[in-house]
Ligand binder design. Structure first.
Ligand code: HXC
Length: 257
């Protein structure tokens, strides 16, 4: 499948999606959204794919939503079309998605990275929510996901001033899970994704659901949710296999059932 704004590859059980609009620092326009939904859909439909890596270029993961596309829009246009709501589908991906961020991840770019399950950052990465400098506010989840990720003080600082933070500050704040040298970024992300893809699929999907539930519910409900999922994994062949392999000191052969 040929895309206009993406480069899509498979690396064994991992799907790799690169946003590719170099002339606009990977600004997210409606074509990027439509194509990302298509690429995600194809990887979700493909049983052989166990995890996805989403990345941009060395210079930019994505410098935001496309300002040139947004500039002429009127209230009635954005309200009636519920502009931006299409990104919810990207955020709801069931298979694990790792964001591999090099260079700018600003505005919608930072928000897209935060829709992924975790962020691996190159040492060149720069994160920010500069919408306030354009007379708007974050609209793809920045005020909500960034606040959950880094807490109120840092989120307010970034969202009210529009300043950027570097990879070290982003890691210190809990926005990114690890920092790697820029030239190792894709390899590290693919290795992490391949590890995830090698594990039992039901346990991976449930682990993701359980962690996400922590952000949505009370501790008591979250603990109950986790325990029920945990119980249900004892109905899988892979739980028997995983534990038998440990006891027999061999590698497990998971069947994803
Ligand atoms: C459209 C963009 C763009 C964007 C960069 N470009 N960001 N086009 N939308 N978000 C274009 C520039 O216009 C320019 O095109 C080309 O990419 C290269 O950018 P430069 O500015 O020349 O590069 P540089 O000097 O290296 O500066 C990099 C930068 C700067 C600091 C990242 O481009 C920048 O500030 N970009 C905007 C960042 C931003 O405000 N993002 C938030 C957007 S709002 P030409 O044709 O001139 O060469 C948003 C809301 C999301 O994301 C939520 C609701 C939709």
């Amino acid at each position: 499948m040929a895309y206009e704004t993406l480069i899509v590859e498979t690396h064994e059980a991992v799907g790799l999606i690169r946003i590719n609009r170099p002339q606009a620092l990977n600004a997210l326009n409606s074509t990027v959204l439509a194509e990302l939904k298509q690429a995600y859909g194809a990887f979700h439909a493909d049983e052989a794919i166990g995890a996805i890596v989403l990345t941009g270029s060395e210079k930019a993961f994505a410098a935001g939503a496309d300002i040139k596309e947004m500039q002429p829009l009127e209230f009635a246009d954005v309200y009636k079309s519920d502009f931006i709501s299409g990104w919810d589908e990207v955020a709801k991906a069931r298979k694990p998605v790792i964001a591999a961020v090099s260079g700018f991840a600003l505005g919608g770019g930072c928000e897209l990275a935060m829709m992924c399950d975790f962020i691996i950052a190159a040492d060149t990465a720069k994160f920010g929510q500069p919408e306030i400098t354009l007379g708007i506010i974050p609209g793809m989840g920045g005020s909500q996901r960034l606040t959950r990720a880094v807490g109120k003080a840092k989120a307010m600082d970034l969202i009210l001033t529009g300043r950027m933070m570097d990879a070290a500050e982003a890691e210190r704040s809990g926005l990114v899970s690890r920092i790697v040298p820029a030239d190792k970024l894709i390899d590290e992300a693919l290795t992490a994704a391949a590890k995830i893809a090698s594990l039992s699929r039901p346990s991976v999907l449930m682990a993701k659901e359980a962690v996400n539930r922590a952000l949505e519910t009370t501790l008591e409900e979250g603990l109950r949710f986790e325990r029920r999922l945990f119980h249900s994994l004892f109905a899988t062949e892979d739980q028997k296999e995983g534990m038998a392999a440990f006891i027999e000191k061999r590698k497990p052969v998971f069947k994803n059932r």
